[in-house]
Design a protein around this ligand. Sequence first.
Ligand code: M6R
Length: 363
Amino acid sequence: SKGEYRHYMLKEIFEQPRVIQAALEGRLSGNSVLIESFGPDAQALFQKTRQVHIIACGTSYHAALVARYWLERYAGVPVQVEVASEYRYRHPVVPEGSLFVTLSQSGETADTLAALRFAKTLGYVGTLAICNVPGSSLVRESDTTLMTRAGPEIGVASTKAFTTQLVALMLLTLSISKARHQQEHAGIVEALQTLAKVCEQVLVLDGQIEQLSQAFAEKHHALFLGRGAHYPIALEGALKLKEISYIHAEAYPAGELKHGPLALVDSEMPVISVAPNDDLLEKLKSNLQEVRARGGQLFVFADENVGIRSQDNIQVIELPHVHEALAPLVYTLPLQLLSYHVAVLKGTDVDQPRNLAKSVTVE
Ligand code: M6R
């Protein structure tokens, strides 16, 4: 049941600290990841893994895009990410030593399942499913699986399934790094252990985000900007807003602004950005300056230490500092809350948006 919450989506957003902790339970030991979490054959499989192909749809696809940044940076393996409906009709070239990974909340998404069946004919070293539903088709048909343990997700707009997928993908990154290069990333493991706490601190910002949402209720368009691993977080923020508030939203890597979308920016265009404290911060700041110079209205979720402050045309909500590697996960939360509150203001059916189904079991 929804308990004290008005909608399942809100309940599921607030469950995230607990399910993130559940997704980590028994999968770390001291400052190290336990590769066996991926099954008894995982060590051998990851040692053979020279590149990774990740296939998914919708929100799960956005999680895969984040994982590309992580796997390349921290595990040193090349990664390709694609939506299942495209992959299954291509003629993919599969280099030796490729691992095939699917991501799915339901484990029943028709295109993702078809992609897995197709991939099995292409000579991958193995297939791994990261999934939230035990016993689902995807889980049954993959060589190896890791469950995300988010619990049942009722809201059509995926929230806790996404953040627990990110936890699982970070565990995959750490496991491949350890199996292939004996490299541990103790700092990330340590940060994972306090991740649920940081998420709790972010959820406390709910009231501030609800206030902010009023600026969106009358808008017809919104632009989301991010850089690096936060570009997929911008994509996910835009998808959430579209799905439940029916406001047209687009996401761009901030560096692409000048190549077209800047033409859309005027005083009617809200621009939402996430600004964690990472090595792209200065670049992002100058992109935001480009928006301000055109009179765009900026809404920025920023690390408390980066010194971006509210002023004319820019409203800032500060987030607690978090390890750079885990920032994509943490910065997802305020974007979920923002779209939730905008949808509530607009009076849409938050848990059952028009035209959408929770599980897309037909092509
Ligand atoms: O169950 P799956 O993760 O395979 O579902 C994939 C998409 O259909 C799903 O993420 C969809 O985009 C959500 N409605 C997003 O909120």
